[in-house]
Design a protein around this ligand. Structure first.
Ligand SMILES: [Zn+2]
Length: 543
């Protein structure tokens, strides 16, 4: 074993290692002992869980279309949705006046006339309200709050300002006394006068809990959570809420490290997308980007519905099939997918599969109240910023998320800022439609499974072994970002702790993922990820 350990640092011995080392040995440790190890992996920067807290999901559920009695946002007389609506009304009048006019031709003409004109759109302006972000009197909190106020959030505002445009608000954003469902203290100055010169107003807080529900401090270290609050007359979020779990922002020697600052900003970018309308309860509000017609007919029909995690809920408004569709994955798990035109085309281009019907949402939601899925499915979009889990080395704000924001009907996206996510890029239809692991007999693979050609470089099948002291032993291999090396998240879980049926890809049924189950239980090289560009890591693999 010592011999093998020594050789593990030498890349040149890769094949030899797999054949000769005792990497397939039965582990003698229980899954509980291995879970202790799992905690250690979870506590580092990798797999920082972006959990949708139930209280936040509850907020999403409470978001409603703008009530008629509230003042509308002033878009002047040039909002394309208004123009289209007026054109339609004029067409009806013309038809009533002259029966000889072909109604269909006129509808097409009007559609053409009101096609999206970039000149009507201006960069999204965001303002923050920090009146609910309080220090608990410690020097660490002062540092954290300063970092949130002066670095992270200004960066987020300029980031979204550069990638999204909206029809400009020419008046004010009215703010009510109980804006954001009564959870916040609203400054009287804001609620009496409203906010001028902005398109989105976001309340920032550092609560441990709201309404007696814990928001922070669970095992997975939720760093932030966010939700939209109020909508304009076209359902675009105009107010929102973002909460930071201050204790999850490490402060050492009076400062936040560059790495932790990056994490804070990356996670805030992700959370902000939820405010902008990327969440399970916002799909029903999506509108046609040109006409502004609600894609899901109003008023919403609510019914008892079995959500993706299998639980039935009452009063679920089901989004239109123009937005959302359902299916069953190759491993038998049900899923929902976004089927709007731009999202579908971007997903097809990402995988190089022009027959795809949409982009799949997470079907193992991080929140039991998340009905359709709020994130991109980790199995297909592991490296996307809007997947549920965060790994700093695999965090790409891709064209897929921009497409989703654009297909909401509320934003025009600047696709020049899209990053190309390497995960599954050009991997073909099989990558999406077939299993991540090809089941084999034990003559081909001792654990009964190999990575098929279409999944090579994205998934892995080299299990870790567990030493008597509970330390895992593994071979470093290229991770899905292709910039790091990491161990494969695959262990012998033991018969008593087998994964559910849909997660058993190997002939040897005891083998499965240890840490991350959210990629449909597909093993990914992400354990103890090491940056290949850092010279201090070179002794890990002898390059
Ligand atoms: Zn999220």
């Amino acid at each position: 074993m010592q011999y093998c350990k020594m050789l593990k640092s030498l890349l040149i011995c890769w094949n030899f290692l797999i054949i000769s080392c005792d990497v397939y040995g039965e582990n003698e440790n229980t899954i509980e002992q291995q879970q202790q190890q799992r905690k250690r992996y979870n506590s580092d920067r990798h797999y920082h869980r972006r959990k949708r807290h139930p209280a936040i999901q509850e907020m999403n559920r409470m978001v409603v279309s703008r009530p008629e009695h509230l003042p509308k946002i002033d878009y002047g007389d040039s909002h394309p949705f208004d123009l289209y609506q007026n054109a339609q009304e004029n067409t009806v009048l013309e038809i009533l006046e002259d029966n000889s006019i072909d109604q269909n031709n006129n509808q097409e003409r009007n559609l053409e006339d009101s096609r999206r004109n970039p000149e009507n759109y201006y960069p999204l302006r965001i303002e923050y309200d920090f009146s609910n972000l309080h220090s608990r009197g410690t020097p660490e909190d002062e540092i954290r709050i300063k970092a949130i106020k002066e670095e992270a959030l200004p960066y987020i505002a300029s980031y979204y300002n550069s990638i999204l445009s909206v029809i400009r608000n020419r008046g004010k954003i009215p703010i009510s006394n109980d804006e954001c469902f009564g959870y916040l203290d609203i400054p009287s100055k804001v609620s009496t006068k409203g906010v001028y010169g902005m398109d989105l107003y976001v309340f920032v807080a550092g609560f441990q809990s709201v309404a007696e529900t814990q928001l922070c401090g669970d095992d997975f270290g939720v760093l932030a959570a966010a939700a939209p609050c109020g909508l304009d007359q076209f359902d675009r979020p105009i107010t929102g809420f973002i909460n930071f779990c201050l204790d999850e922002i490490p402060v050492k020697n009076g400062q936040i490290s560059h790495e932790n600052m990056n994490d804070l900003e990356s996670i805030a970018i992700h959370e902000f997308a939820h405010v902008l309308g990327i969440n399970s309860d916002s799909w029903k509000f999506f509108r046609h980007p040109i006409t502004g017609i609600a894609l899901t007919p109003r008023p919403f029909k609510k019914s008892v519905f079995t959500c993706v995690a299998g639980k039935k809920f009452r009063d679920i408004a089901i989004p239109s099939c123009k937005v959302l569709s359902s299916g069953v994955a190759s491993n038998g798990m049900p899923y929902f997918e976004i089927v709007t035109p731009t999202v579908t085309q971007v997903a097809r281009n990402q995988f190089g599969c022009q027959t795809l019907t949409g982009a799949r949402l997470e079907n193992q939601p991080t929140n039991p109240f998340d009905c359709f899925g709020t994130h991109w499915d980790e199995r297909y979009f592991y490296a996307e910023t809007l997947s549920a889990y965060y790994a700093p080395e695999a965090d790409y704000f891709s064209a897929l998320t921009l497409a989703l924001l654009e297909d909401s009907g509320w934003y025009m996206a600047n696709f020049r800022h899209a990053e190309v996510s390497p995960f599954g890029h050009g991997a073909g239809c099989d990558f999406v439609e077939k299993d991540c692991i090809e089941k084999t007999n034990i003559h081909r693979s001792k654990i009964g499974g190999v990575v098929p050609d279409y999944a090579r470089g994205f998934f892995c099948a080299e299990p870790m072994t567990v030493k008597k002291n509970n330390e895992h032993e593994f071979i470093y291999q290229c991770d899905p970002s292709h910039t790091h090396k990491a161990g494969c998240d695959l262990v012998n879980r033991g018969e008593a702790h087998r994964l559910p049926k849909e997660g058993r890809y190997f002939g040897h049924k005891d083998y499965g993922t240890l840490i991350m189950q959210n990629a449909d239980y597909c093993p990914i090289a992400a354990i103890d990820s090491r940056d290949c560009t850092n010279i201090h890591n070179s002794n890990r693999w002898g390059e």
